[in-house]
Ligand binder design. Sequence first.
Ligand SMILES: Nc1nc2c(ncn2[C@@H]2O[C@H](COP(=O)(O)OP(=O)(O)OP(=O)(O)O)[C@@H](O)[C@H]2O)c(=O)[nH]1
Ligand SMILES: [Mg+2]
Length: 198
Amino acid sequence: MPINFSNAKFIKGAHNLNQCLPDTGIEIAVAGRSNAGKSSALNVITGINGLARISKQPGRTQQINYFELAENRYLVDLPGYGYAKVPPKLRQHWDETLSAYFETRQSLRGLVVIMDVRHPMKDLDRQLIEWVADIGIPVHCLLTKSDKLSKGQAASALEKTRAQLMLIEPTISLQLFSALDQRGVDEAREKIEQWLLE
Ligand SMILES: Nc1nc2c(ncn2[C@@H]2O[C@H](COP(=O)(O)OP(=O)(O)OP(=O)(O)O)[C@@H](O)[C@H]2O)c(=O)[nH]1
Ligand SMILES: [Mg+2]
């Protein structure tokens, strides 16, 4: 039974662990710096324009957002990190909540880390990837906004990042992506589908 990404439906947003969906399904989470292009990637992967915006709250509210793809199969949009204007208390809340999420969530079968191809592997990206890989959660990286670079520049960013990821955990996969020209969308869907059906 292949996954039909265009069935994605926003189910709920959670601010605390006790508001999360019951830990009984199979889910793939998406994380990345604020403004990296997470919402845009989710929209082109599902093919639903505005899907990720549905859950956007006014102000700087951030949430763990659940999108149902099929029975018991979910995409989870995690709060972005690295946004300088987030109040320290809120940042601490998410640091603690997401640590607990990664460490305890049985349903979580893979993490897609979204990075701007022009600035990959910032400190917070690296910390997240090292930590999640250490827990044993599979990681796939999307180097997005690749439309902003020439083919040669993008290829060299890909190889440089691949070498850095190899040193962290050799099983981490990565690819070029663009929400603008939809480069890499099929490859991203394949990875997510493979994890969801494993
Ligand atoms: N050129 C280009 N622009 C992109 C791409 N993906 C996202 N953008 C732009 O980057 C900006 C941020 O995109 P979002 O998808 O909102 O990023 P986000 O990670 O969801 O941001 P937050 O939810 O605020 O953390 C927007 O202006 C997008 O139009 C891409 O592949 N190519
Ligand atoms: Mg967003």
